[in-house]
Design a protein around this ligand. Sequence first.
Ligand code: HEC
Length: 153
Amino acid sequence: MVSYLNNNYFTICLVLVLCLGCKDKAEPKEAENTSKEKPELVMYQPSEMATLMNAMYAYNLQLKQQIVNGEEPMTMPLDLMRLHSAEMSNGHARTATWNSFVNVFIESQQSVVDTLSNVQLKERYNSAINNCLACHKTECTGPIPKIKKLLIQ
Ligand code: HEC
């Protein structure tokens, strides 16, 4: 009886050791595979619209830096007309609300680099960001905290 129990205990220990051993050895291999087969394994494919939005975010982050440094930005390299055509991810569509915000936004984003404007640069910039937020309040609430950080206080 005693030897049976001991045997069992030994077996459990052996199994545990083997499993842990497996895990330790398997992990680096898995990591290797992930990096090699990344395009297949990564399920999240940003939509055209998401990619454009991220470019708009990056552009405005750069504008903010320039304005805070006292520089006057003069170029708007983004093709904002793609807001009218870019494919959107599941669950998003050009709703009536979207349509009511998109042109106002495009205009305000373009006015940031309008060097002839009488409106103060910081005000023009913040109004573009507030137009991001206006659309996001109904169309895509997730990135709102991130977009709010673009505002110049
Ligand atoms: C007219 C409406 C509208 C305006 C204006 C707008 N957005 Fe968006 N935004 C959306 C919608 C809808 C999505 C979701 C798109 C998708 O997933 O296909 C989105 C997605 C995003 C995302 C997430 C992208 C991702 O990786 O999933 C970010 C970040 C973002 N917007 C930032 C901005 C910034 C910054 C501005 C202003 C410079 C802005 N948006 C202006 C509607 C808008």
